[in-house]
Design a protein around this ligand. Structure first.
Ligand code: AMP
Ligand code: GLY
Length: 424
């Protein structure tokens, strides 16, 4: 079958690599893709939010399955767009409809969902401009630090951790009154600060049953030792040693099962991924957030560990027979090191020629912010390349990924060399 994958990052490169190995896939298209995805399929110059362009392409190229990588097209309703169109409605889309995508698109919605279904999460309250004064009073009696979250999508920047009442009150005013994050902060969730270690858990569901995919740990900060500014993710590891069978059973019983059951009882059909960002607080899991897509760079560590035919799993979601499919996972460890551009996560250099991609010894290279220009592969984003190594032990995986990351070069190249070391 012909498959269309939407997106252009490292996550989509890892998806494309995995999908291209399936005998069920005759042709893979990636829209818009990057300089690396062209090795696994055909790049198509259509943005993932250009629904009309996607419609035309799907019909002209006999696309029979659409996999949505990023959240934006889902939150904007691409799945509903397909269902509402006579010519498209029989073509399965992997990714939730607009209502389900609110789990990521609205923090207020997802907190209410968790409360309604008794899913462990930080205590919270929501405020708008009309309840600004109540919000300011609420902050006076709150424990510190406190977490302020813009309700809507804010390009990963809408979460503020405030240490004092004064700081939190200033930020609340900035968000509600001065639209610090635009429309996204017209509602603000004020939340208890959770302590512990973070974990990314991934669930694939057809709306009835589910498979828990390999879990991963994401390294979010720019500097060694997880210090400095927050980024989209500087590396990842899978599996995660503290996510042992006992912990994962708690995650399944207390979070995954009530989430799937809650979607069903709320009459929210859901076909796709649920990414549960959680905190392990002394052995107990608490949901920090839901995302309605896979994580990046977690996908670059998760895909290499999946041994089953990934397209067959996606078809299980599409046809609502996921329970009949087998998920086979490698017990090796995957370590991913992200190569980023100088300046990232602030203003960063672009258009630098990348060399040394053939020097890699025992890792996969998943392109993220790269583009092909005059036959040269150049940097075009803050996160440029993901280097993933799959090895028998975590130590070997980390060492190999770091060594291979050092074999690729471009002006201003930067990467962390300590991914996974906190777990060793
Ligand atoms: P989010 O945009 O919801 O992913 O939040 C970004 C990051 O902020 C998370 O990955 C956590 O590291 C941190 N964070 C969010 N909510 C909390 C919380 N309630 N307690 C502690 N840290 C949090
Ligand atoms: N790695 C975190 C995310 O994809 O949101």
């Amino acid at each position: 079958m012909n498959i269309l994958l939407l997106g252009s990052g490292g996550r989509e490169s890892a998806f494309a690599w995995k999908i291209s190995q399936s005998p069920l896939c005759s042709q893979l298209f990636i829209a818009p893709g990057n300089a690396g995805t062209g090795a696994f399929g055909k790049n198509v110059n259509i943005q993932a939010t250009n629904f009309a362009g996607i419609r035309e392409f799907v019909l002209q190229n006999n696309v029979q399955l659409v996999l949505v990588g990023p959240e934006e097209p889902l939150v904007k309703g691409i799945h509903d767009y397909f269902l509402a169109d006579e010519d498209l409605k029989s073509i399965p889309v992997i990714g939730p409809r607009e209502e389900g995508a609110k789990l990521e698109g609205s923090k207020n919605f997802s907190k209410a969902f968790m409360r309604r279904h008794f899913i462990p999460t930080a205590a919270s309250a929501s405020f708008t401009i009309n309840s600004l004064n109540e919000g300011l009073s609420y902050l006076e009696t709150h424990k510190y630090p406190v977490v302020l979250k813009a309700d809507g999508l804010a390009a990963g920047k809408g979460v503020l951790i405030c240490q004092t009442v004064e700081e939190a009150q200033t930020e609340l005013v900035a968000m509600l009154q001065d639209a610090k994050f635009g429309e996204a902060s017209s509602t603000v969730v004020i939340e208890e600060f959770l302590t512990g270690i973070e974990l990314s858990v991934f669930v694939l569901t057809d709306g009835h049953t589910y498979k828990i995919l390999p879990e991963a740990k994401d390294y979010k900060r720019i500097g060694e030792g997880d210090t400095g500014l927050n980024t989209g993710g500087m590396g990842s590891i899978s599996p995660v040693p503290f996510a042992d069978a006992a912990f994962m059973k708690k995650v399944e019983d207390q979070i995954v099962k009530p989430t799937i059951a809650g979607l069903k009882s709320d009459h929210i059909p859901y076909k796709g991924f649920i990414f549960i960002g959680l905190m392990n607080d002394n052995g107990d899991p608490y949901v920090i957030e839901y995302n309605v897509r896979m994580g990046d760079p977690e996908t670059e560590s998760v895909m290499p560990r999946i041994e089953s035919d990934f397209v067959d799993l996606l078809l299980g979601v599409a046809h609502e027979n996921l329970a009949e499919k087998e998920l086979k996972v490698s017990d090796k460890t995957a370590a991913t090191v992200m190569l980023v551009a100088s300046g990232y996560p602030g203003t960063y250099l672009k258009g630098k020629v990348i060399s040394g991609l053939d020097n890699i010894r025992d890792s996969h290279i998943f392109h993220a912010g790269t583009t092909l220009e005059d036959g040269l592969i150049k940097t075009s984003g803050g996160r440029v390349l993901a280097v993933t190594s799959l090895q028998d032990t975590m130590f070997d995986a980390v060492q190999q990924a770091v060594a291979d990351a050092g074999r690729v070069y471009y002006d201003g190249r930067y990467f962390r060399t300590d991914i996974g070391f906190d777990l060793l």
